[in-house]
Write a protein that binds this ligand. Sequence first.
Ligand code: G4P
Ligand code: NA
Ligand code: NA
Length: 191
Amino acid sequence: MQRLKDKITSEGRVISDGVLKVDSFLNHQIDPALTFDMGKEFASYFKNKNVTKVLTLESSGIPPALTTAMELKVPMVFAKKQKPMTMKGDVWVERVYSFTKQIENEIHIGKSFLSPNDRVLIIDDFLAHGEAALGLASIVKQAGAVVVGIGIVIEKAFQEGGGKLRDAGFDVLSLARIKSLTNHTVEFIEE
Ligand code: G4P
Ligand code: NA
Ligand code: NA
């Protein structure tokens, strides 16, 4: 997605350890028009998959997941990192290890929001090690539903997440794939 790559080039900042800071349009401040275009791209690519629900993880996955769901005219569900006190009992829980933060987090989804009839499109802002997407996919499977695809805004293709997800058989669309972040420069995989 050229518009996204241009935005990353102009506003992204490479910080230590292969981390790309994109706080000005994806992780803190949000660019609504660009986020709508992301939704259109995901919806167009996955339009024949009969998606019934878009699933993401709070917080930064929510904007692109919402615009995708709006375009596909289906609900959007976001997994919560804290178990809300109003969520009693019927909750799917999965442990997700964050390599970036080196801690294990739990993610929670109320059981009433996923049914065995669901065809789920997972959306997330970043793909690094793939743990978040795999955790979400594991809950979808426990619910008896099916993951029909995974949409990622920015894939760090030099880390193993993309390979893990594709090897597991998932149809993954990344809107921007980064080949390297060395020398404080963003280099994309051209496709
Ligand atoms: P993984 O899910 O692919 O295994 O990723 P990892 O543990 O490495 O990532 C943990 C958090 O860091 C996630 O956000 C993820 O989106 C984010 N992240 C990973 N690599 C980068 C990067 O290069 N740049 C930025 N800006 N973020 C990155 P989170 O903790 O869930 O936070 P939130 O922003 O969704 O609230
Ligand atoms: Na993030
Ligand atoms: Na995220």
